[in-house]
Design a protein around this ligand. Structure first.
Ligand code: FSX
Ligand code: SF4
Ligand code: F3S
Length: 312
């Protein structure tokens, strides 16, 4: 039998209550598709382990990190930021310049093959990677060194996963996904940006089971990307009845009809937005009357465009 769960002191000090902590664990079990009885196991796993994580920024807009740290309940990100040992992340770390670079190098040297790398952004490869540099090193060099020596790399966002907006035609910097540059598979959590709950749940899965989750053929965790938006959409009945919004602001829009004719790509997009929604279930694009633009699919900027134009 599991021992009683104690709220880790480090979380209590942050003002996270035991109730919120257990609520978080129950929610994570739901996102991962596990029975509610897994919540105490998640609590034990999150309370104990502190894997070292380095978060590298490449060519991107930082929307992925913003999505991660700006959850509706700040404690969701707080819990994870206190559970992992986030050794390096330019946006949120106190150190800067040489000091920051030394921290990163220290992790790569001393914890080779043991730390987790979270990568955000694509990698410009044209002209020997000249279009993306930090501390005099190209993104190509940084990714090969930091991701190449990690136990695993988790790509957050469509940019690091598949190239994203940087790789959209005509792709002037020859931007590529991280996996292609490092020559190793990565766990991909696409979306522009991805849902924070899917990022957090992937880390929780690792803490709970000591391994990364099962993936689809595009490297995406099946617990989050095993579903078509269309299959779980509350507007699906309107699709079947051919009740469509014909233009934004029309009567059909007011009635919450299907957005297919105004460009919804839900029928070809794998993601769990229609199940877990965003911001702890507050709303999501289609719930707010906006078509899904397919932001978690590879090459969506090229293949899902022109946006707001129906295919049927
Ligand atoms: Fe890309 Fe992250 Fe789009 Fe931005 O930085 S997935 S541009 S929302 O957020 O990498
Ligand atoms: Fe499918 Fe989009 Fe219509 Fe929802 S709004 S039923 S996802 S086409
Ligand atoms: Fe992206 Fe479509 Fe969800 S645009 S946020 S996958 S509804």
């Amino acid at each position: 039998m599991d021992k009683p769960i104690e709220l880790p002191d480090r979380l209590a000090e942050k003002g996270v209550s035991r109730r919120d902590f257990m609520k978080f664990c129950g929610f994570m079990a739901a996102v991962l598709g596990l029975p509610a009885s897994f919540a105490p196991k998640i609590a034990h796993a999150v309370a104990k382990k502190r894997p070292t994580v380095v978060w590298i920024h490449l060519a991107e807009c930082t929307g992925c990190l913003e999505s991660f740290i700006r959850t509706t309940y700040p404690w969701a990100a707080d819990i994870i930021l206190d559970t992992i040992d986030l050794a390096y992340c330019e946006t949120v770390m106190a150190a800067a310049g040489d000091q920051a670079e030394q921290v990163l190098e220290g992790v790569v040297e001393k914890q080779k093959g043991q730390y987790i790398c979270i990568a955000e952004g694509a990698i410009p490869t044209k002209d020997n990677g000249a279009y993306g540099k930090i501390a005099g090193k190209t993104f190509v060099e940084i990714a090969k060194h930091v991701c190449g020596n990690a136990a695993a790399t988790i790509c957050v966002g469509t940019c690091s996963s598949y190239g994203g907006v940087q790789a959209a035609k005509p792709n002037p910097t020859e931007a590529k996904p991280v996996s292609e540059v490092i020559g190793k598979p990565t766990v991909n959590i696409p979306g522009c940006p991805p849902n924070a709950d899917n990022m957090v749940a992937t880390i929780v899965h690792y803490l709970l089971l000591g391994k990364l989750p099962a993936l689809d053929s595009k490297g995406r965790p099946l617990f989050a990307y095993g579903y078509l938006i269309h299959d779980n959409c509350p507007r699906r009945g309107h699709f079947e009845n051919e009740s469509f919004v014909k233009e934004f602001g029309d009567e059909g829009a007011a009635k919450g009809y299907c957005l297919y004719k105004v460009g919804c790509r839900g029928p070809e997009t794998y993601n769990n937005c229609s199940i877990i929604k965003w911001n702890q279930g507050v709303n999501w694009p289609i719930g707010a009357g906006h078509p899904c633009i397919g932001c978690s699919e590879p090459k969506f900027w090229d293949e899902m465009a022109p946006f707001y134009v129906g295919k049927g």
